[in-house]
Design a binder for this molecule. Structure first.
Ligand code: MN
Ligand code: MN
Ligand code: MN
Length: 272
């Protein structure tokens, strides 16, 4: 069985429409798919065609702030109509909006007018972030290109470098569990934590009600797989697998092409 439980569409920062994503997954012989856009489930509403040849389950990727760091939790097998889920996605959208307002205020002080409205024109579905401000800065002629926009206005230490504060880890876990879903610690090695810190994160995640972790996230080395499968078994978590697909052409994140789960791990989908 080919499984991909971590994918993105245009509704967040991917490039495919939801229908294009499902088609591409079918073509890649994926049997079980979750769309896990950042902090939104809009993709499921936008699907025009009924998925054929594969099973599509509800998913989302929530950002959370843990000890001042940005950590991602995927929720899978969710009830997309649950009140807890819409509460969660709304809270995250509000947090994103609040940060965008702050960025715009800072840019205003630097002489850039109407940045909030301007950036919004480039942001689909309310998914508003610094790349959209960068596009606006180019469009209004403040800078020549997106690179310059980050260098002058948005990058580390610049006026528009506002840290995003997300919901706490227990809060995000609660949204997922109350929606009937399973919370998954996403791509545990992407945070560049020491193994000690990663264990601490895993323990906090479990204490909050977390139940699974991505043992496989896109292309990864055999060593990484070994590290993660050990941690997964030590902590008695279920194991998940996803490509973290955002767009075609990225060899490290091809739909359904990630390595298979090690046999000593308990697949999250076994009980579905
Ligand atoms: Mn992304
Ligand atoms: Mn992520
Ligand atoms: Mn992702």
């Amino acid at each position: 069985m080919i499984v991909d439980l971590h994918t993105h569409t245009r509704c967040s920062d991917g490039t495919l429409t939801p229908d294009e994503l499902v088609d591409a997954a079918s073509s890649a012989s994926v049997d079980l798919l979750a769309i896990t856009d950042h902090d939104t489930i809009a993709a499921y509403d936008q699907l025009q065609a009924k998925p054929e040849g594969l099973k599509l389950i509800g998913g989302v990727e929530f950002s959370t702030t843990w000890n001042g760091r940005g950590i991602h939790l995927v929720g899978v097998n969710l009830d997309l109509n649950s009140a807890a889920l819409s509460e969660g996605t709304k809270a995250q959208t509000d947090a994103r909006e609040a940060r965008a307002v702050q960025i715009a205020e800072r840019l205003e002080k630097k002489g850039i007018a109407d940045a909030l409205q301007g950036a919004k024109k480039f942001a689909a579905n309310g998914y508003l972030g610094r790349p959209h401000f960068a596009q606006y800065l180019v469009a209004c002629g403040a800078v020549a290109n997106v690179n310059q926009a980050f260098k002058k206005y948005l990058g580390a230490g610049k006026a528009g470098d506002i840290k995003q504060v997300w919901a706490s880890l227990p809060q995000v876990v609660r949204w997922i569990r109350e929606s009937g879903g399973t919370p998954v610690l996403a791509h545990p090695l992407k945070y560049k934590l020491t193994l000690t810190k990663l264990r601490e994160l895993t323990d906090d995640f479990i204490a909050a009600g977390g139940q699974a972790m991505e043992v496989i996230s896109g292309q990864q080395t055999i060593n990484d797989t070994r590290t993660l499968s050990q941690l997964c078994r030590q902590k008695n978590l279920l194991a998940s697998s996803g490509s973290d697909f955002h767009m075609p052409g990225q060899s490290w994140a091809r739909l359904g092409k990630q390595p298979s789960l090690p046999e000593n791990c308990a697949p999250i989908w076994d009980s579905w």
